[in-house]
Design a protein around this ligand. Structure first.
Ligand SMILES: Nc1ncnc2c1ncn2[C@@H]1O[C@H](COP(=O)(O)OP(=O)(O)O)[C@@H](O)[C@H]1O
Ligand SMILES: [Mg+2]
Length: 247
């Protein structure tokens, strides 16, 4: 029974099997030029990413501008095109036959002008129940379209990031919602892949404060939680991981 599932396409399908999570998953399709145009017409902005990528590598962001031109962002580069076809040609050149996905783009909340998202870690407890054991915010480097720590993102306490956008009571209820999403995502993945014992859910909040599940990782990095001021969180994550045999 594999513990790790690398395909974001398969993991998205697993999430869609959960009635409560389905509406939190941005529409996702396999990359094709024709689908790019229709997704952009529907959503205005989309992310294009490798089906089995990590660390934010290969992630692109495409959008339609107000004047009808198209913009592609990749790393720190920005290119503008007069047609969707020209942009699709450029995307095809850089993905060179590898499998990529198109996902509805979420206009993420910002902290001091930089986009951020949240990493929610859920694990199987030693008594075989799912529990959310850690949460941390990730703030993109200036001008970047990905928040990943390995792409220059910075870690920050979730409360600090949320407090810029909501009051204390809403922040408390948002934390409970995020905990529930972690547990539901763990259950949804394990239902399809019974070897899965831990998940790291990337959750983006849009400007109406709706949470969206950007992706689920099945071998999430536990060490980011060492950055939290409370050391007991990382200790518990490690203890649970040892119980299901992760070194
Ligand atoms: N649909 C999306 N809307 C907004 N931001 C996104 C979207 N997809 C990816 N991102 C940004 O790119 C980062 C990396 O994408 P992700 O799907 O998590 O792949 P990876 O496996 O490389 O981490 C996310 O953490 C988020 O900051
Ligand atoms: Mg990710």
């Amino acid at each position: 029974m594999p513990r790790h599932v690398s395909s974001k396409w398969k993991k998205t399908a697993a999430l869609m099997g959960s009635v409560s999570l389905r509406r939190l998953v941005p529409e996702t399709t396999r990359f094709e030029g024709a689908k790019l145009r229709s997704a952009l017409e529907r959503y205005g902005m989309v992310y294009i990413k490798p089906e089995s990528g990590t660390h934010g590598k290969g992630v692109m962001r495409a959008e339609i501008l107000g004047d009808g031109r198209y913009r592609l962002r990749y790393g720190k580069r920005t290119q503008t095109y007069s047609s969707c076809g020209a942009m699709a040609d450029e995307i095809r050149r850089s993905i060179r036959g590898r499998r990529y996905l198109i996902q509805r783009g979420i206009r993420l909340l910002k902290h001091k002008g930089r986009v951020f998202d949240l990493r929610v870690m859920a694990q199987l407890t030693p008594r075989k129940m799912w529990r959310t054991t850690g949460m941390i915010g990730r703030v993109a480097a200036p001008g970047k379209i990905v928040t990943n720590y390995h792409s220059g993102g910075r870690l920050a306490p979730v409360n600090r990031l949320l407090s810029g956008h909501m009051g204390e009571n809403s922040a408390r209820s948002t934390l409970r919602t995020l905990e529930r999403i972690g547990v539901n995502a763990g259950q949804a993945l394990r239902r399809k892949y019974p070897g899965v014992c831990e998940v790291g859910v990337d959750i983006g909040m849009d400007r109406s404060l709706k949470p969206w599940i950007i992706e689920v990782n099945t071998s999430p990095d536990p060490y980011i939680f060492r950055k939290l001021p409370d050391p007991s969180i990382f200790k518990r994550i490690r203890r649970y991981a040892r119980a299901y045999g992760r070194k």
